[in-house]
Design a protein around this ligand. Structure first.
Ligand code: NI
Length: 129
């Protein structure tokens, strides 16, 4: 089945809550997610999952222990599995994420920013996929 065109800017425009990823598609065993980021997230890692960030708008600093990577609009970056990281956006930043379906976005850290997969799937039609 041919899926609908997903207009990332228009869909991101609809998101009102920061750090609350919305799942927009499943590609094999990966979810594609959109999120608006602002401020500092939380230090965490994903033991078994690489995590892809594509910057749709704005700027994101990916902090690692001892260094940081600055990402601008149009940039893509993969956070390797098992590496502690902390995304920080000084101003509002729009991102597309690609990560395995089992990935918890805060890793094993339970923070007030943690959103369950059910919350990320709400309203997508992909529930239970
Ligand atoms: Ni992460």
């Amino acid at each position: 089945m041919i899926t609908d065109v997903r207009r990332l800017n228009a869909e991101l425009d609809q998101i009102s809550e920061y750090w609350s990823p919305r799942i927009i598609a499943r590609v094999n065993d990966q979810y594609v997610k959109l999120a608006k980021l602002k401020g500092e997230f939380v230090w965490h890692d994903h033991a078994e999952e690489d995590e892809l960030f594509f910057i749709v708008k704005g700027q994101l600093e990916m902090q690692y222990e001892g260094r940081a990577v600055t990402l601008n609009e149009g940039d893509m970056h993969v956070v390797p599995k098992g590496v502690r990281h902390n995304p920080v956006a000084q101003e509002e930043c729009w991102v597309m994420l690609v990560e395995p379906v089992e990935t918890k976005h805060t890793g094993d850290v339970l923070a007030d920013k943690t959103r369950s997969l059910d919350e990320q799937l709400a309203g997508t039609g992909l529930e239970g996929a």
